[in-house]
Design a protein around this ligand. Structure first.
Ligand SMILES: *Cc1c(COP(=O)(O)O)cnc(C)c1O
Length: 401
């Protein structure tokens, strides 16, 4: 551009303004636009206003045709198998455990690198969470640490895809097959992720998604449960609504549905007004994922070789959904203070959950989990993160801590 001065005038000024926005002044300590950069934002598509309003006007608020439409789009666009839309990701985990027949006396093996909802639902069904160690390089359960934790009471393995990066599903499935265990994926962070070309939501017995406010795809609160086995999927649909098979219980002459309740059901269905928000947010989902990946690449390129940072590993046989961007950092407390002081949110997001009284009340001897607890950190990644903001984040990290 500088070599073509005859272009000067309005175009020239616009181009220069664009470039200066992308190239932060080295040493800058105020985020572009002056506002702090949050770790997460809640994404609401502009079309949601109209879509949700239409539901309110119709007064048909509860589960109806929009929930069905949302489910068919989850299946068509994200590759989820038999998705049942529910009112939360926690409900999805709980219902998966129930339908899988996990109950009192059973054990479920999972990693502590997760939100408490994963292990809490295990306790809710009367079973015991048994913690296995993680891989220090990515925060996911270490298949090599699962097998020796298996006892005659083990019923299931719960695989949490930390930050959206898929677990070693082949190894986990092989262990499950060998020992006759059920596999449940906590995929709260990983809609749109793939493992060896297969979408998350199509691989194991049960996959649980969350549509909570700060997750990739929000319905305000909500979730989805995918059961691969069609009979189990039918059970999911029945038991998400009290245990009544809505589709096959016609209203009789007396005005009551014809059904016989045979097992415990829940009030876990999604509502149409929430599905309307989910449908609006599904529009452009793929494009937002492309943008998210571009920010991730920007971080990886910008932070390559920075002393004191060790990046998480990323195998090429799987594609993360990139809910989080994390790495290991030396002198973490100094890092947190320095980066936060320059208007950039940073967080561990979650510490290993095994220390909670409900789950045992102590930090267990899990070598990699304890190392992970001591060094992991996450920096902003969300749909509203601009290239300028990401450049600023890179710049302040490179200024040191
Ligand atoms: C968000 C989350 C959940 C719970 O989802 P809700 O929709 O809030 O119930 C479960 N597991 C993990 C790992 C999560 O991050």
């Amino acid at each position: 551009m500088l070599g073509r001065p005859y272009l000067c005038g309005r175009i020239c000024i616009i181009l220069m303004a664009d470039i200066s926005a992308f190239t932060q002044t080295p040493g800058a300590s105020t985020p572009p636009g002056g506002n702090p950069i949050p770790l997460f934002t809640t994404f609401v598509n502009a079309s949601a206003q109209q879509r949700v309003s239409a539901v309110l006007t119709s007064t048909f608020l509860s589960e109806g045709k929009l929930v069905k439409e949302f489910e068919s789009r989850l299946s068509a666009e994200l590759g989820m198998v038999h998705p049942a839309a529910l009112n939360s990701g926690t409900s999805a985990l709980h219902l998966a455990l129930e339908v899988a027949g996990v109950g009192p006396g059973d054990e479920v093996i999972l990693s502590p690198q997760t939100f408490i909802a994963s292990a809490l639902t295990v306790v809710q069904v009367g079973a015991k969470p048994v913690f296995a160690d993680i891989q220090y390089g990515n925060g996911n359960i270490d298949p090599a640490d699962i097998e020796h934790r298996i006892t005659p009471r083990t019923k299931a393995i719960m695989a949490v895809h930390w930050g959206g990066y898929p677990c070693d599903m082949n190894e986990i499935m092989a262990i499950a097959t060998k020992h006759g265990l059920v596999v449940i994926e906590d995929a709260a962070h990983s809609p749109g992720a793939t493992y060896q070309g297969q979408p998350i939501g199509s691989i194991s017995d049960y996959t649980c998604f969350s549509f909570q406010a700060i997750k990739h795809l929000t319905t305000g609160d909500g979730g989805a449960l995918c059961a691969r086995d069609p009979a189990k999927a039918r059970e999911v649909f029945r038991r998400r609504w009290f245990g009544i098979d809505r589709a096959n219980s016609p209203v009789n002459e007396l005005g009551e549905r014809d059904y016989d309740l045979v097992d415990v059901g829940y009030k876990y269905h999604l509502s149409d007004y929430a599905a309307a928000l989910g449908l609006a947010n599904l529009d452009g989902f793929a494009e937002r994922m492309v943008q998210r990946r571009a920010r991730v690449q920007q971080y990886l390129d910008g932070l390559r070789g920075v002393a004191g940072i060790t990046h998480f590993e990323h195998k090429t046989d799987r594609e993360s959904a990139h809910w989080l961007f994390g790495f290991h950092v030396e002198n973490r407390l100094e890092f947190i203070r320095a980066i936060r002081g320059k208007g950039v949110a940073v967080s561990v997001v979650h510490d290993g959950i095994d220390h909670n009284t409900l789950f045992g009340g102590r930090r267990m001897e899990l070598t990699n989990q304890r190392r992970f607890d001591a060094t992991q950190i996450h920096i902003p990644l969300h749909d509203d993160l601009s290239a300028e903001q990401a450049a600023y984040v890179v710049d302040v990290i490179k200024q040191g801590w």
